[in-house]
Design a protein around this ligand. Structure first.
Ligand code: ADP
Ligand code: MG
Length: 864
């Protein structure tokens, strides 16, 4: 049987096959199809369920050794200690599972927030839905910047061009058509009346009927092969994994030595083995990488609440080292709520509300502002580009009837605004003639103008008139206003081509204001205080950009401003030489952005770059952190980005950087806590082994410490509330490893303090002549001093500066630890000996010492 492919069928046939009407699908049909075909998503590698996650916790070298140890001690009749080991292992696994699932949930909710959107026709209405809800038979609406989320047959193409490079490798855009293609076995790239999931619209607009979704699409067939591509670990996690492995090997070697020495001294084989294993478990910080996951998961959750959605986890980490933020002006620094302020017609500057509707020139300019305009009014609000909405509102002020005017001068052709050309063309039918209207940037338009319309009629434009237009332009733009020039000409055909854009007749200028966002100035100030350079990148006029940049404090002198065409004249090396001195780029095209990012990166900076359009994709990908606009951004820009701003606001980026820095600091502190405490434990054991003293801890004690005084406070420290101070420091050097020399020294010193007090307690205990008392005192002191030390690790600052009670979770972790420890002491569990009150007081006193010493040190350091 020869199956006819959809591209070989007519639109009507395909519509019939999928039961689609001009109204699109109904809710009932959609539900039915969801039931039949599922959702439009590529299957990820199978998700693990809670039980699998739980079981996975046991798949760990140390845990396996522990289980073996438990089995051995059970076999030898020491039931109590094997029960304790089992309890510890199970609790550890439960804790690990809960953390894993919590982290995964919060990351899932992030994913959901960043989910791609599709526009479909349902019940006769075009609505936006998450792409995963698209079903076969849906009518997809496509426009510039949209990601195509399913395979479909074109119904209507209005110069629709699509980039299919993800499927075909071909980066040239493909023109899409509606007509049926009567050929067999076409390659994907030749099915020009089909669109494919994974491609995106670079030009024009159109509609398509969805013919396949999810794994049935062409990309789904490819995805099938690469299914197991998991989200990679972040650089920090990989680093810690690597470090953790080496550390584990080191600790295991130490444990082997201790094991050997114990045996040599005639200690029981099983006891020595158990002890060595427990020491390894206690000393190896197995939680390192999962601490990062948890802190990142919670941190990104907080960022999402503050309007920054992290799409790539490693971004949350590198945010803290950003040293340059390249930002769009319009909509990010400003509100993107434009209003027309002034006009320039008939060689006169007028306030926008002083137009005279009976003046033919005024009326013409306003009609053109309404016609060469894609924005529309609906009952609630205006929809479209804010620049054009401003024009629409302006004409409404003078009671222009949008519908009437647009009907009367029907649009028959167009070339949409594009940020490279900075112009837009529409062609309208007027009786039997065609009129072309162009609006756009003054400098782009002026070179194409040969005539000017004034109250005396249309005549060739002279140098004086051009000069005066330029003056008006300068006058407006130096107030930070955005300016559009309008021109027109009669043409023979409704088909637009580039050659048409000349011999135009100038009619006037319109200047509009876009107020700054109220937070912008402060955010720029914070940014600079944090050692981050804000750079403005805009398609707007140089003078306009400079005026605004000055107002918000990005720029001081005109030498810091550069235009796109100047960038073009520079080689990459020349651009690198000046890039650090330029704060504003005006009249740039998206292609310039990528060069700016690269130049900064060459200079050793970590760069964040904002973007919204299709053409911003490459620059967003090149930047260390691509930041897409959530409101005005295209799906393509979002897909290329590492972070999405749900409010399009510059100050949100600065907030995200602050969060990024805090996250990093918290991770560092948490690791400091784990490593210094573990060092303390090892030092004590080494001391006892070298001096041939009895073992200072029983295996059970080490496991107890591992579970209670390791994991819980470490997590709590990772959740330390963010401190504004992080924005007073310079950005962190991304190449500087977290575990540098300074860090190692601090770990050593703090570990030494903990070891010292524990050894003193141990010696005091030994002095009583009862080894059990000595062990008990050493165990309790180590456990308690680590719990106290948790408060040190919350910050590098004095505890009283950051507030003793500002992190309640640390208190909870602390109290849980203290209560359990006291229960163990009171009920003499785990082979602890009964101790006197004065001994208990001594334990508390000694355990408090490291905390006091470190706090006093900080106090004096701060004084200096
Ligand atoms: P940005 O987004 O950085 O402000 P744009 O690329 O949107 O810059 O705009 C650059 C210039 O193009 C503006 O200064 C304006 O003159 C012109 N322009 C902007 N929007 C439109 C539009 N919808 N139609 C025609 N020209 C426009
Ligand atoms: Mg714009």
């Amino acid at each position: 049987m020869n199956i006819t492919a959809y591209y070989q069928k007519s639109v009507q046939e395909v519509m019939k096959e999928f039961d689609v009407t001009q109204q699109g699908l109904s809710d009932y049909e959609v539900r039915q199809r969801h039931k039949e075909n599922g959702f439009n998503e590529l299957e990820e590698g199978k998700r693990k369920n809670a039980i699998q996650v739980f079981l996975e916790q046991f798949n760990d070298f140390l845990v396996i050794i522990l289980i073996v140890a438990a089995a051995i001690s059970a076999f030898l009749g020491e039931l109590e200690s094997s029960i304790v080991i089992v309890i510890v292992i199970v609790l550890n696994a439960v804790l690990g599972t809960v953390q894993h699932i919590k982290a995964e949930k919060s990351l899932d909710s992030l994913k959901e927030m960043a989910a791609p959107i599709a526009k479909v026709l349902r019940n006769g209405e075009v609505i936006k839905i998450p792409s995963r809800e698209v079903v076969v038979g849906d009518v997809l609406y496509l426009e510039v910047g949209d990601y195509i989320c399913a395979d479909g047959r074109m119904m209507e193409s209005y110069r629709l061009q699509v980039n299919e490079s993800s499927l075909t490798g071909e980066s040239e855009a493909i023109d899409k058509i509606e007509a049926l293609i009567d050929k067999e076995e076409l390659a994907i790239g030749d099915k020009r009346n089909m669109v494919f999931s994974g491609s995106f619209v670079t030009n024009g607009r159109g509609r398509a009927i969805v013919t396949s979704i999810g794994m049935a699409t062409e990309i789904g067939k490819i995805a099938n092969l690469l299914q197991n591509a998991k989200e990679k670990k972040t650089p920090l996690q990989m680093n810690l994994d690597h470090f953790g492995k080496r550390l584990a090997i080191g600790i295991i070697i130490i444990c082997l030595i201790i094991f050997g020495l114990d045996i040599l001294r005639g200690r029981e084989l099983v006891d020595s083995f158990m002890f060595a294993v427990s020491l390894a478990v206690a000393a190896i910080p197995e939680a390192l990488s999962s601490i990062v996951t948890i802190v990142l998961a919670f941190g990104t959750q907080k960022m999402a609440k503050e309007n920054a959605i992290i799409r790539k986890l490693r971004a949350a980490e590198s945010l803290g080292s950003i040293s340059v933020i390249c930002t769009d002006k319009t909509g990010t620094l400003t509100q993107n709520k434009m209003t027309v302020q002034h006009m320039y017609v008939n060689e006169q500057t007028l306030k926008a509300d002083r137009a005279n509707i009976n003046n033919a020139l005024h009326k013409n300019l306003m009609s053109m502002a309404l016609l060469c305009n894609d924005s529309i009014s609906t009952e609630e609000k205006e929809i479209g580009d804010p620049t054009e909405i401003a024009l629409l509102n302006w004409s409404k002020l003078y009671n222009f009837d949008e519908g009437n005017v647009r009907q009367q001068y029907f649009r028959v052709g167009e070339m949409p605004f594009d940020s490279n050309r900075k112009l837009m063309i529409t062609i309208h039918r007027i009786n039997n003639r065609y009129m072309m209207i162009t609006k756009g940037a003054v400098d782009e338009l002026l070179s194409r103008i040969v005539r000017m319309e004034t109250s005396t009629g249309i005549s060739p434009i002279n140098i004086g008139q051009i000069e005066r237009i330029k003056q008006a332009n300068h006058h407006f733009s130096s107030q930070g206003l955005r300016i559009l020039a309008f021109a027109y000409k009669e043409v023979d055909s409704p088909i637009v081509n580039m050659e048409m854009e000349q011999d135009l007749t100038f009619i006037g200028l319109v200047a509009m204001m876009d107020p700054l966002r109220p937070e912008t100035k402060q955010a720029v100030e914070d940014c600079i205080a944090a050692g981050i350079k804000p750079v403005m990148i805009t398609g707007d006029h140089k003078t306009t950009a400079t005026a605004i940049a000055k107002e918000i404090g990005i720029v001081e002198g005109p030498q810091e401003v550069m235009e796109g065409k100047e960038i073009e004249k520079l080689s990459d090396i020349e651009l690198q030489d000046i890039v650090e001195n330029v704060s504003v780029y005006a009249r740039v095209s998206p292609e310039h952005k990528i060069r700016i990012v690269e130049a900064w990166q060459e200079k050793g900076h970590v760069v964040a770059m904002t973007g919204d359009g299709v053409n911003d994709g490459p620059a967003l990908k090149q930047a260390d952190i691509g930041v897409a606009m959530g409101i005005t951004g295209t799906e393509v820009a979002k897909d290329a980005s590492a972070m999405i701003l749900t409010d399009d606001n510059f100050s949100t980026i600065v907030k995200a950087v602050s969060n990024g820095r805090s996250i990093y600091t918290n991770i560092t502190n948490s690791i400091m806590f784990l490593l210094s405490g573990n060092t303390g434990a090892i030092l004590v054991v080494l001391y006892a082994t070298i001096l041939a003293l009895p073992a200072p801890f029983l295996p059970v004690h080490l496991l107890f410490i591992n579970l209670l005084t390791d994991s819980l406070p470490a997590i709590a420290i990772g959740l330390e509330p963010h401190n504004k101070k992080v924005m007073k420091e310079k950005p962190r050097d991304i190449k500087e490893p977290l575990l540098n020399k300074k860090f190692a020294i601090q770990v050593g010193l703090e570990g030494f303090l903990i070891a010292a007090v524990t050894i003193i307690a141990f010696q005091i205990g030994l002095a009583t002549g009862d080894t059990m008392v000595a062990t008990t005192m050493a165990f309790a002191t180590l456990c308690l001093s680590r719990l106290f030390h948790g408060f040190n690790c919350r910050s590098k600052e004095s505890i009283f500066k950051i507030g003793l009670f500002s992190n309640i979770t640390v208190w909870i972790a602390f109290l849980i630890g203290v209560i359990l420890l006291n229960l163990v002491l009171i009920f003499e569990l785990f082979d602890v000996a009964a101790i006197s009150r004065s001994q208990l007081a001594m334990i508390y006193g000694l355990a408090f010492v490291p905390f006091i010493v470190i706090q006093i040190d900080r106090f004096f350091l701060a004084k200096k």
